[in-house]
Design a protein around this ligand. Structure first.
Ligand SMILES: C[S@@+](CC[C@H](N)C(=O)[O-])C[C@H]1O[C@@H](n2cnc3c(N)ncnc32)[C@H](O)[C@@H]1O
Length: 416
């Protein structure tokens, strides 16, 4: 059995143990501390003939620089990565880093590590979801109770999401074995933070692409940016940014138009995991290939790969684009205004909300835009079936691009 030692650096959550052939490195953090990353680099570099096994515990995500290091070392030397959290496991795979998932039981047995339980003991009988109510039948009432408990226990507010979409997600999780059935949802998910985090990996659908719906980016490139260029400084909000491909696509366009330096992009999402991934700006090669096609279809003339540093099987968006984007967690269910923007993108997010929440969010956007700003929604979203038509008008209906009506006169600001 391996024993842990920490070289007398107690503040660092990194430990190692050498045997004749192997160096075993255990990491108990997200590596957001610079000293930890430096220590890891030192441990990985200086191993002599030994192969390396890295075990990462407790972290759902790791810092971009550490990820880059792993990518480089995975490509050049023998290194095996084991992770405890499913979230991190699927992220590493997407970045082209092969990793093995280890179970909590096997960790404790092999490593003799006391793992802290993060289960929140708080509970109340009335929150419990009836075990009588399963049979794969997700009634509206059951979904309501599920979302109420998720909200009160974890603070994520899905209470005004489309019920059918929530039911479909829950059904998929049962099919994938993430949860056993609705009988067990309380015990398996709501009482156990780790299981809840696993569910959150993709509970809110996170599908995205660079230059997704390339036609929309063509219009941003050819019509919207030339208009916005008249502003001395520009603020853009990319809401529901998922893993960052959308705000980085904007940053690339702004760079090509020579407008990046005068623009601030706020990129926000409900899901803290995708926000961290977005901030890291690391993508697998397949993502880049698809992005490259879309980029060309949007009228891009450069080599898409030139916007990235290629590291092993992974690509990292260049620093000058990462640098211009402020990523942070924010839920559209909170109605506070963030700033006054000239362009807001919120694509493929509203479709998951019920009408009442759509109306609140459209109002929030309206209050967060300057008079001549643009709002971009997703292909299957719009303002026809909600109150959006009272406060916005279609600039380009087909591509779901809207502008603000002058509220007092109801006028459409075509001349602006
Ligand atoms: C399908 S993705 C769309 C990503 C990107 N906008 C695009 O069109 O490619 C939807 C994103 O919206 C986020 N989302 C869902 N509910 C949200 C909320 N209440 N506030 C902010 N983001 C939310 C999800 O976490 C997910 O990353």
């Amino acid at each position: 059995m391996w024993k842990l030692k920490n070289e007398g650096i107690p503040v660092l959550n990194i430990f190692y143990e050498d045997s004749a052939n192997t160096r075993l490195i255990s990491i108990m953090s997200t590596l957001h501390k610079r000293e930890e990353r430096e220590y890891l680099q030192y441990l990985v570099k200086d191993t002599g003939e030994r192969k390396i096994e890295v075990f990462i515990y407790e972290a759902n995500i790791i810092h971009g620089y550490a990820l880059k290091m792993l990518c480089e070392y995975c490509a050049s030397i023998k290194i095996k990565v084991h992770v405890q959290k499913k979230t991190l496991h699927s992220y590493l795979l997407r970045c082209g880093i092969p990793s093995l998932l280890i179970s909590r039981g096997s960790i404790q047995k092999e490593m003799n590590v006391p793992i802290t339980q993060t289960i929140d003991a708080k509970d109340s009988a009335e929150q419990k979801i009836d075990s009588v109510t399963s049979e794969m039948e997700f009634t509206d009432e059951l979904v309501d109770r599920f979302t109420e408990v998720v909200y009160s226990k974890y603070g994520f507010d899905f209470r005004e999401y489309q019920k059918n979409s929530l039911k479909r997600r829950l059904q998929i999780f049962i099919r994938k074995g993430r949860i056993q059935d609705f009988h067990h949802i309380y015990e398996e998910v709501l009482e156990n933070r780790e299981n809840f985090e696993n569910l959150m990996i993709d509970f809110p659908i996170r599908t995205t692409e660079f230059f997704r719906d390339s036609n929309v980016f063509k219009i941003i490139r050819n019509k919207i940016l030339p208009y916005l260029d008249s502003y001395p400084s520009i603020k853009i909000w990319c809401s529901g940014c998922s893993t960052g491909e959308e705000p980085y696509s904007l940053a690339i366009l702004l760079g090509e138009a020579g407008m990046l330096d005068k623009t601030h992009i706020y990129a926000t999402d409900l899901n803290p995991n995708v926000v961290e991934e977005a901030r890291n700006g690391m993508y697998g090669i397949e993502t880049i290939q698809k992005g490259s096609e879309n980029y060309t279809n949007s009228g891009g003339k450069n080599h898409f790969n030139d916007y990235f540093d290629i590291i092993g099987k992974c690509a990292r968006i260049k620093h000058q684009y990462r640098n211009r984007i402020l990523f942070f967690q924010h839920s559209l269910t909170n109605t506070g205004i963030l700033n006054e923007f000239q362009l807001i993108l919120c694509r493929n997010v509203l479709m998951y909300f019920n009408n009442s929440l759509q109306n609140k969010v459209l109002k929030l956007f309206n209050n967060s835009m300057d008079l001549s700003a643009f709002l971009l929604l997703g292909k299957s979203e719009g303002i026809q079936n909600n109150d959006g038509k009272d406060i916005f008008f279609a600039y380009d209906r087909e591509n779901r691009i809207y502008r603000k009506k002058e509220i007092l006169t109801g006028k459409e600001n075509w001349l602006l």
